[in-house]
Ligand binder design. Structure first.
Ligand code: NAP
Ligand code: MG
Length: 502
């Protein structure tokens, strides 16, 4: 750890538990053992609020992946996990959730230090969401069942279906909600009896490595959960074609997701893809403007805009356009920019220097394209990769800042007149992750909902996420669902059984 990071941890009184974890040499978790990369390679792990170096992580090889898949395979094919009585599997998943809860403050610090996000939100959203996800799926093992049917064909049969776990699941995870996204994929897979190999993002591997220690402490059998850190282009790409893997579940950008999907289908793996977005927000003229402005600002600037379903395109009905924009700017001014460990941080840094450069590039592009910057958009000098929230007004549908996912605190707005126009603007995108509507006119809201091409529709809210509700995009935003009972269907085979009766 360099002195910049050490001073930062001192300044904010980071716990001894977190320091002990960050000071130790990081290893991958394969078949219940803690191992270095087979070729000894490592990568640097940076802290985004200071830009300083925290530690190194093992840069896994395809040999390491082979070993992890073999461990997961062996556990799935011959081990105890899928054969545990359902109540026993439930008990183990609850034990893991209890341990995550016991160490929640430490995990929130690790997430804030590695990713740069607000430690307050890390605790309330990321870590709480992780606990809730494990608890929700812990309740499922006793509730998985097939159907018994009465066939109409001639003859006398007992016909029924069985739900069986798919096998070894590979999870490829992005850096914006590292632990929580991992939990979405792992909790459901473990609940149905699958075993997993996880590849966290290189930018944010630390919380997943700490999680693996808790998996071990919970007594979950060796090989059920395996963590291989390293490059997506090496480990992630090899996962997509690996013959020992039955399913790949990927969350990340649309171009990489398409590559993963193509490779996985080439060897007939099951695949779930949770991809990018450019989610529209419709503010109707009857909306409560003050509360809508707070929700819209939160819906785009939360996690410094590094949110897949962020409401980044805001369409405002013309008669309230100017008043709403004023409210929105006023709310945005109150969002405090600070280092992630500052308990009052709302806008933290971008995850990396590269991400800051990409977002700043889009703000310059917006200006060149002729959009009107009505708030923020500055890039403060270091330390840390900070960008001020930016609001562009009077944007045109063909501008690149309107069409492309920026993945930073950048909002584009424009007015609309009729609801037909609003629907057509909202749907004018290759993405389909989410849409929000602000209105208290139930008839108009219910008329709009079926016309919007999006996996989630939020009314008078944004990004309300709960493990009991499915999450996943339409169109270029993905395939399949995470969370809710829907996710279980993407992790199990259905076997049709026919028994001839006398
Ligand atoms: P990304 O570049 O697509 O990376 C996602 C993961 O894929 C990382 O673990 C990455 O590893 C790995 N990867 C990179 N190249 C790969 C390859 N050729 N084959 C297999 N895996 C590969 O996305 P990101 O920049 O980390 O995350 C931001 C994106 O994720 C945004 O587009 C956002 O909208 C999307 N996202 C979607 C959801 C959702 O639920 N729909 C949620 C969160 C984020 P390394 O980076 O470590 O090399
Ligand atoms: Mg980091």
């Amino acid at each position: 750890m360099d002195s910049t990071v050490r001073n930062y941890l001192d300044q904010y009184g980071v716990s001894d538990a977190t320091r002990r974890f960050l000071d130790k040499s990081q290893k991958m978790f394969i078949g219940g053992a803690w191992v270095e990369s087979s070729n000894g390679a490592t990568f640097d792990i940076f802290e985004p609020s200071t830009g300083g170096l925290i530690t190194h992580g093992p840069s896994g090889t395809t040999d390491d992946l082979d070993r992890a898949v073999a461990a997961a395979r062996q556990q799935f094919d011959g081990g105890e996990w899928r054969r545990l009585k359902p109540l026993e599997r439930e008990r183990m998943l609850h034990r893991l959730a209890d341990l995550i809860e016991t160490h929640a403050d430490e995990l929130a610090e690790i997430e804030a230090i590695d990713m740069g996000k607000s430690v307050t939100f890390a605790r309330e959203i990321d870590i709480q969401g992780t606990i809730d996800t494990f608890r929700y799926f812990a309740g499922w093992p006793t509730k998985l069942h097939g159907r018994t049917v009465e066939p109409s064909i001639p003859g006398n049969y007992l016909a029924y279906t069985r739900k069986e776990p798919l096998g070894v699941v590979a999870a490829i995870v992005p850096w914006n909600f590292p632990l929580q996204t991992m939990a979405w994929k792992v909790a459901a897979a473990l609940a149905v009896g699958c075993t997993v190999v996880v590849k966290p993002a290189e930018l944010t591997s630390l919380s997943t490595l700490r999680f693996a220690e808790l998996v071990q402490e919970a007594g979950i059998p060796d090989g059920v959960v395996n963590i291989v850190t390293g490059k997506g282009s090496v480990i992630g790409a090899a996962m997509s074609t690996h013959p020992g893997i039955n399913k790949v579940t990927f969350t990340g950008s649309t171009p990489v997701g398409q590559e993963v999907g193509r490779a996985a289908v080439g060897n007939l793996k099951h695949v779930t893809l949770e991809l990018g977005g450019k989610s529209p927000v419709l503010v109707l003229d009857d909306a409560d403007l003050a509360s809508a402005a707070r929700a819209v600002a939160n819906g785009v600037f939360f996690n410094s805009g590094q949110v897949c379903d962020a409401g980044t395109r805001v369409y405002i009905q013309r008669s309230v356009h100017d008043a709403f924009l004023d409210e929105l700017i006023a709310v945005t001014r109150t969002l405090q920019m600070a280092p992630g460990l500052d308990r009052d941080c709302y806008i933290g840094p971008m995850v990396s220097a590269q991400q800051k450069k990409a977002v700043a590039g889009y703000i310059e592009l917006g200006l060149r394209e002729g959009a009107k910057l009505v708030h923020g958009g500055g890039s403060p000098e270091g330390p840390g990769h900070f960008i001020e929230p930016a609001i562009f007004a009077h944007c045109k549908p063909d501008m690149r800042i309107v069409r492309e996912e920026i993945f930073g605190p950048v909002l584009v707005t424009s007015p609309f007149d009729t609801l037909e126009e609003a629907v057509s603007l909202a749907n004018d995108t290759p993405f389909g992750l989410a849409t929000a509507i602000y209105s208290n006119d139930l008839a108009r809201v219910h008329t709009l909902i079926p016309q919007l091409h999006a996996g989630s529709v939020y009314v008078n809210a944004h990004s309300t996420i709960d493990p009991s509700m499915p999450f996943g995009g339409f169109k270029d935003s993905g395939l399949g669902k995470d969370l809710g009972p829907e996710q279980l269907d993407y992790l199990m085979e259905t076997k049709a059984v026919w028994i001839t009766l006398p």
